[in-house]
Structures are given as C-alpha cells and as structure tokens.
Ligand binder design. Structure first.
Ligand code: NAD
Length: 408
C-alpha cells in the first residue's frame, strides 16, 4: 500500500486538533527523527553473494529508546517501515512504557532461504545497523517472519561487535537466551484482555459473542487460545492459504496443534471452507484482523457485518475503511491498544535483562494484565470526557504524554 505513512500521519493531525496540541510538536512527530537504509551482502549456499536492502526507522525517542520489531518480507518498503515506526511511538505512549518508536525491515522472502542463509542474512543486517542500535538507543524485536531464533542470532552478532554481553539490545529472545517468559503469547493475550474489557464496557458477555480471526500466526493463534479461554466463541479463522467457518464454534486447540505441525488452516480446521475475503464479511459479532496491513479496504468494508473490530494487526484498515466504520459507528479497538501486549512484555524483558532478573510466567501475566487494563481504562475514561472514538482517545492519551516529554 502506498501512502501508508501519509494516512498514519493524517490520524495524528486529526487528533492533534482535538486535543489542541502545539503545532511545533505535531510538526516534529510528522517526521521520523532518523532513517537508516542499508545494503548488505549475504553469502548464499550456492557460493554467490547477494545484496539485500533493509531499513531501520527511528521515529521518536522523547520517551525512551526507540523500540519496534524487524520484519522480513518481500513487500517491505520505506513507506511501510516508517508507518510502523510511527505507530510504535504512539503505542509505547498509549501503554506508558518508557520507550519511543522504531521499526526495521528487510526486503526478502525468507521462505526462499535455507536456515543457514536466514542466519547469515540476520547477522549481516545487524552488522549493518549495529552503529544505530543499543539497549539505551534502539531495541529491536520480532515482527512478521522473524522470531526468537532470529533475535538470538542478532543479539549474538551484536555482542561480538560490542565485545561484551548485551542481552537487552533486542527483545523477543528465546527464554534460555535471556528472553522473558510469556513474550511469545503476549500480543495475543494482551488483545484478548482488551477485548474482554471492551465487551464488559459494552455490557455484553463473552459467551454470547462470536469471533472471526484473519491470520493465524503468532498473534492470531495466541489471541484465539486466550479469547476462547475467556469464553468467546471462535467461529472462523484463516491463514494465507484460506479459512474455515463453523457457526457452532471451532476447536481452537486442535487448529493450533495442526498449525504447529506445519499444516494449513484449510487442512486442519473443521467446518466449511471460506476464502480469505469471505472470512472478513461473515456474520460475526467480532472481527479480529491479525495478518497484515490494509486488509480492510473501501471495497470489502461496506460488507463487514461485525459490530466490533479488534485491530490485532498493525493498520489493518485503510483510511477509507476506517472512515466508513466510524460513520457506521462500529466499535473499533485500535491497533495501538489492541496489539500492544507484545511491546509491554518486551519492556518487561528489557527490564529483566538490565536488572539481571528472571520473572516467572505468572508474574509476567499479572504485570501484563495490570498494564493492559490500566491502558484500557485510561482510554475508556478519555472517551467519557471527549465523547469520541477509541482510536482518537488512544491518540489523545498518547499525544498528551508525548507533549509532556517533547524536546524543546
Ligand atoms: P506471523 O507471520 O506470525 O503471522 C501472520 C499470519 O497471517 C500467518 O498466519 C499468515 O498465513 C497470515 N496471512 C497472511 N496473509 C493473509 C491473508 N491475506 N489472509 C489471511 N491470513 C493471512 O505474524 P504476527 O507476528 O502474528 O503478526 C501479525 C500482525 O500483527 C502484523 O500486522 C504485525 O505487525 C502485528 N503485530 C505483531 C506483534 C507480535 O508480537 N508478533 C506485535 C504487534 C503487532
């Protein structure tokens, strides 16, 4: 999607007016502070050397070190990475963790690489951006197509350059390599906590609500597991190969196990097969897009039947789709709140590394629950005073915090 950054910034401008934010601050937030573009070599298994392009965008650090994931995808673009970095600045302020916003990406289809090539690519990218990162400067994490193994390679490569241990340079590491318990499930669990609270606020009960989830990777699968535990009825799920739909409810555990064994949703899910497009417009109470940006567009948004949209992916609705949802007065739980559980536990991981602590999973879950519920309540209460939508309220909360720490 082109112009994604322009669309991201349009929301900032709209909300800045609502909260009467100083224009000097708006102007600074409209531009990333630093863009790092790197071209780096990777030795391929056939003996050749290929040059890859990657980015690290450091949007804003008024509230702390830049923080944000690294994405490996053939469609990575500077426009996309900038938008994701911008949303991280807002997200870390929404949940009030002491970080700013950053994001990285490499233009690559990792499915076409061997494991060894993937490792060499991860290490070479980190060597290229090493001068720009560090535990108090910029702290990367996993995103689409990157995982704890990749973070482990990146941390190791950074430590070779630094010449000393520096586990806090990335988060999302394996637990045995300094990662936090509970990081893997955090984004999905955080989304389920926020949904539970939003539904309570709307005076409804989870047991009477049906859910369709687009995307069944890290976020979608953990969200499905925890939402089902809270009593929500998951009736449709999809991955890039297609979806399944059963109005009586799906067996989430069986689907998670099937996916872990390398099978696709259409192979493992019971019920009727549906296309990715069909899943978005099924008759459900809640639609949870958990795949990539721009899934909900002006062409499919008018057909969406859900009354509540939980934005687990970053930027899943285009500007036109979002405007339509606002006009139709659908309840939209914005990405900057709904998917912030990951960065919350990333903060816990960074904190544990810096203080040489190791928290048990129960403590991580307790702290996550506290942090997410507090963030939700602040946004809900802003809603009471401003009488506007949850995205605007979340931006309002974030912008006020950013304004308080702005550099003069
Ligand atoms: P992932 O790579 O683990 O999973 C992505 C899933 O989407 C896969 O199941 C893939 O098959 C599916 N998919 C891709 N295209 C699809 C389509 N057209 N229809 C249906 N399914 C499709 O990625 P993830 O980590 O789960 O991230 C998903 C989204 O959540 C991204 O927008 C990411 O930026 C955002 N996010 C992730 C985290 C995190 O902690 N992982 C945190 C915050 C936000």
């Amino acid at each position: 999607m082109d112009n994604q950054y322009k669309e991201a910034v349009a929301v900032l401008e709209r909300t800045a007016e609502l909260v009467d934010l100083n224009q000097r601050i708006v102007d600074q937030l409209k531009k990333p502070q630093r863009i790092v573009e790197v071209h780096f070599p990777v030795s391929m298994d056939n003996g050749s050397t290929q040059i890859f392009t990657g980015y690290r965008v450091q949007h804003n650090n008024w509230r702390g070190p830049y923080k944000g994931g690294i994405r490996f995808h053939p469609k990575v673009s500077l426009d996309e990475v900038q938008s994701l970095a911008f949303w991280m600045t807002i997200k870390t302020a929404v949940i009030n963790v002491p970080f700013g916003g950053g994001k990285g990406g490499v233009i690559v289809d990792p499915k076409l690489l061997s494991q060894k090539e993937l490792e060499r690519l991860s290490r070479s990218y980190i060597r290229a951006i090493a001068p720009a990162i560090g535990p108090q400067i910029d702290v990367p994490a996993p995103d689409v197509n990157t995982n704890s193994q990749i973070m482990d390679w990146m941390r190791d490569e950074y430590e070779r350059i630094a010449g000393h241990p520096e586990p806090a340079v990335v988060t999302g590491k394996p637990v045995e390599g300094g990662g936090s318990q509970g990081r893997e499930e955090a984004t999905g669990l955080g989304g389920a906590i926020i949904l539970r609270e939003a539904v309570k606020h709307l005076k409804k009960s989870p047991t009477h609500m049906t859910v369709a989830i687009q995307g069944f990777g890290n976020v979608g699968s953990w969200f499905a597991t925890h939402a089902a535990k809270y009593g929500f009825k998951i009736i449709a799920v999809s991955d890039s190969k297609g979806g399944v739909y059963d109005p009586k409810g799906l067996d989430v555990e069986a689907i998670v196990t099937g996916k872990k064994n390398g099978r696709n949703i259409p192979e493992v899910g019971s019920g009727k097969k549906v296309s990715n497009e069909e899943l978005l417009t099924l008759p459900v109470d809640i639609l949870a897009p958990a795949a990539l940006e721009g899934a909900l567009t002006k062409s499919n948004a008018p057909k969406v039947k859900a009354k509540l949209i939980l934005e687990l992916a970053n930027g899943p609705a285009t500007k036109e789709a979002d405007e339509l949802f606002r006009k139709k007065r659908l309840s939209v739980v914005p990405d900057i709140l709904a998917n912030s559980g990951g960065v919350a536990v990333s903060y816990f991981e960074w904190y544990q590394n810096i203080h040489n602590e190791r928290w048990a999973v129960d403590r991580v879950r307790r702290e996550l629950e506290k942090l997410m519920v507090k963030a939700w309540e602040e946004i809900r209460d802003t809603s009471r005073t401003m009488n506007s939508d949850w995205r605007e309220n979340a931006y309002a909360v974030a912008l006020e915090r950013l304004a308080q720490s702005a550099r003069k």
